[in-house]
Design a protein around this ligand. Sequence first.
Ligand code: ASP
Length: 330
Amino acid sequence: MKTTAAVLAGLVLLALAPDAAAKEPPMHWTLAIHGGAGTMRREAMTPAREAEYRAALDAALNAGSAVLAKGGSALDAVSAAVAVMEDDPHFNAGRGAVFTWDGTNQLDAAIMDGRTRAAGAIAGVSHVKNPVRLARAVMEHSPHVMLAGAGAEAFARTQGIQMVDHAYFATPERRRQLEELKAKNLGFLDVDHKYGTVGAVALDSQGHVAAATSTGGMTGKRWDRIGDSPIIGAGTYADDRACAVSATGAGEYFIRAGAAHEICARIRFKGESAQTAADAVIKDIAELGGDGGVIVVTPGGDAAFSFNTPGMYRARTSSAGGREVAIFRD
Ligand code: ASP
């Protein structure tokens, strides 16, 4: 009886199979973004200002998810989301980047493709409108992974990357923050809203992950200081075998911890969930004395946030339909 039933069931399946094959495969994709982690005291955040940040995060999430929903690549999605935040003066990336000690803006960015582990990064550029686009050009059109300063800008010109006058990046609020740092003789970790780096991680419907990060670095930085954001494995990493990560926070600690790669390594070798791995690395950074946060997406579609600061501008969405935009811890 059992055998007859099994044969019948098999026949039914065979009859249904052509139909099933004709249907589109289900599209699973996930996107998470951040707009920086740091001291964002609730008292200092007016409802109007909070609404502005939420709208800014919404716009970036929409730009990235529009790419993924059409079946586009994780790489295109993270580029699109980050470019929107670079153009938005609320964030410390592109326009609205923090000032160096000398009153200039020096931008860093990186992008990584989890499919091939191809990566591109740039550091210390002052005339590139969208640093994430230049990082991508380094990845796709040069034999290198990382270019810096005047050389990176010379390469940008060969690639038709949009260049702007350095005045484009400057905003009155960021100038005020530099003046406050100098007047109060603060360390470069002490200015309110000191963070604001942007990043995105995505899984596309082909099963590939990608990560991108862009920043102006730290207010009052000197001596061509470079943080973790453009360092592959520290502030940015993507590997289809594990996860995609973008970090924000006190970059020196994220470099020392090898943060983004460490999260992927824990997932890959210890079988940890994205949340467990991210929490462990943020805890480790906190023990070293550092503050900040990470966003993580896995090929399985998990999206995790982890941070040890009072807040992190963040948002996530997926093909399953959920949507979350948040600032404070709760
Ligand atoms: N991680 C960045 C840096 O150290 C700053 C930030 O995330 O706000 O340059």
